[in-house]
Design a binder for this molecule. Structure first.
Ligand SMILES: Cc1cc2nc3c(=O)[nH]c(=O)nc-3n(C[C@H](O)[C@H](O)[C@H](O)COP(=O)(O)OP(=O)(O)OC[C@H]3O[C@@H](n4cnc5c(N)ncnc54)[C@H](O)[C@@H]3O)c2cc1C
Length: 440
């Protein structure tokens, strides 16, 4: 049986190790950080994430969806906060039983690692940082905490080591004409906290994803099981009003009082959080190919990091694990073909998701504030209910189905053309009739 060396035991690494372990493969999983169960929390990344249908499906296949969802908080729609303090709730779907789930990254990471460790053929090695991979011999070079150099060889090395993947960088160096593109948004993000209220109460609606849309920037908040909310401010790095120009406590206070007046009283740690928490960057990474012969392969953010505005990066990374597992099962004796098939099935969908995620940033920070947006959502839900199974809003296809991202995106474009075309024709007819009536 083949042996896989996996680099990175983040969200997808743990899950993929479980999938490969279940198939009977020998798996050695190397992670640069310490064991998350010993308090080595994932620093600098979002504390909570939205888990939806694709991710849940991947967890179900390995039998851990219920365990994960036990600690999830359903978010049934967006709660839009206007500057005036006025709130608008916009459901995610026409069906009130459809919702996304707020889950803690650290707990989820532990669950997937423990799922992998249930298989005796899976071994997890924490505190091992991969520095280089020889993609021809499927050999990973690693450094442990004592900075001792080690090598790990297998039939194949799989890079599940996130957006700044060392495995991908090795492929870039060693594969001629390796396609690589990274693009950063002008915005960064900072996490802030709304703690629980008196005696552990919720200070805002629990079952919603809160958004403070402010045109060129926004803040969002997701609920946590301890009744707190993790807020994320997405804001320009540079510019007259930006992270760069907001240096003193007074600057921070003034900005928040002007832009998020209803949130400020709920954020007693605002100044400390703002000072202490890092400002993260938002990158989209596209590359090709995602594999080299039958020796090296990329999964999750290592292959296709996307900006977080569709809440799909992890969901897509989990979907990668399902597809790679299917391909290995379909072509058990030809791993190169299995890798090639996996790449072919996923690449166009990852590219489509990258575009959708950037598009949704504009929708969230700008359009959600407008009446037109709320009217469009109502129209979407009306059409979905009226033409059940025929009309599916884009958000529904991406979040509540497993329709491939590229197909969902294409179908939504066609639907939009038909709907707007029909509205245009209707308006023409109404105008024509009105003109006839006016003539007498
Ligand atoms: C602010 C923010 C909010 C987000 N919200 C959502 C959301 O709501 N829903 C959603 O689906 N997605 C969300 N995402 C995206 C999601 O976090 C990623 O898509 C997901 O974590 C990808 O999983 P991964 O396993 O590929 O990478 P990661 O989770 O980044 O894991 C990579 C692992 O590899 C390890 N590693 C890295 N380099 C090395 C090395 N050289 N050697 C050994 N180990 C290494 C890392 O320590 C890490 O454990 C969000 C992202 C951000 C930044």
């Amino acid at each position: 049986m083949a042996k896989f060396v996996l680099i990175g035991s983040g969200l997808a690494g743990g899950l993929l190790a479980a999938y490969l372990g279940r198939r009977g493969y020998d798996v050695d999983l190397y992670e640069r950080r310490g064991d998350p169960r010993e308090g080595n929390l994932v620093g600098g990344r979002s504390i909570n994430l939205a888990l939806s249908t694709r991710g849940i499906h991947a967890l179900e296949q390995i039998g851990i969806a219920n365990e994960v969802l036990q600690n999830a908080i359903p978010m049934r729609g967006r709660m839009i906060h206007e500057k005036s303090g006025l709130l608008h709730f916009v459901p995610y779907d026409a069906d009130p039983n459809k919702f996304i789930n707020s889950i803690g990254r650290a707990a989820l990471n532990t669950t997937v690692i423990e799922a992998a460790q249930r298989y005796p053929n899976v071994r997890v090695h924490f505190n091992h940082r991969c520095t280089e991979v020889d993609i021809n011999s499927a050999t990973a070079h690693l450094l442990n905490t004592a900075t001792t150099q080690l090598v790990a060889s297998g039939s194949a090395v799989i890079g599940v080591d996130g957006a700044f993947s060392a495995v991908r960088q090795s492929m870039q160096r060693q594969i001629e004409n390796f396609d690589y593109d990274e693009s950063y948004l002008a915005h960064g993000y900072k996490e802030l906290t709304i703690p629980p209220g008196p005696s552990g109460s919720w200070q805002m609606e629990k079952n919603a994803l809160h958004i403070w849309p402010r045109k060129s920037f926004m803040m969002i908040a997701l609920p946590n099981p301890d009744s707190s909310f993790t807020c994320t401010l997405f804001w320009e790095f540079e510019g007259p009003r930006s992270f760069a120009t907001t240096r003193t406590n007074d600057d921070v206070r003034r900005f928040f009082n002007e832009e998020f007046p209803d949130a400020v009283p709920l954020m007693p740690q605002l100044l400390e959080d703002f000072r202490q928490n890092p400002t993260g960057s938002l990158v989209t990474i596209r590359c090709a190919p995602w594999f080299y012969r039958d020796k090296t392969c990329l999964v999750g953010d290592a292959a296709h990091a996307v900006v977080p505005f569709y809440g799909q990066g992890m969901n897509a990374a989990f979907e990668d694990c399902v597809v790679l597992d299917e391909c290995l099962a379909e072509f058990p004796d030809d791993r190169q073909h299995a890798f090639a098939q996996y790449f072919q099935r996923r690449k166009q969908n990852a590219d489509a998701l990258a575009d959708l995620a950037i598009g949704n940033f504009i929708e969230m920070r700008d359009k959600t504030a407008s009446r037109v947006f709320r009217a469009k959502k109502k129209l979407d839900h009306f059409l979905q209910a009226t033409f059940s199974g025929i009309y599916l809003p884009l958000y529904t296809m991406v979040t509540f189905t497993r329709i491939p991202y590229a197909e969902a995106s294409k179908r939504a474009r066609i639907q939009d053309r038909l709907v707007y075309g029909a509205i245009f024709c209707l308006l023409l007819i109404i105008g024509f009739i009105a003109a006839l009536l006016a003539r007498g």
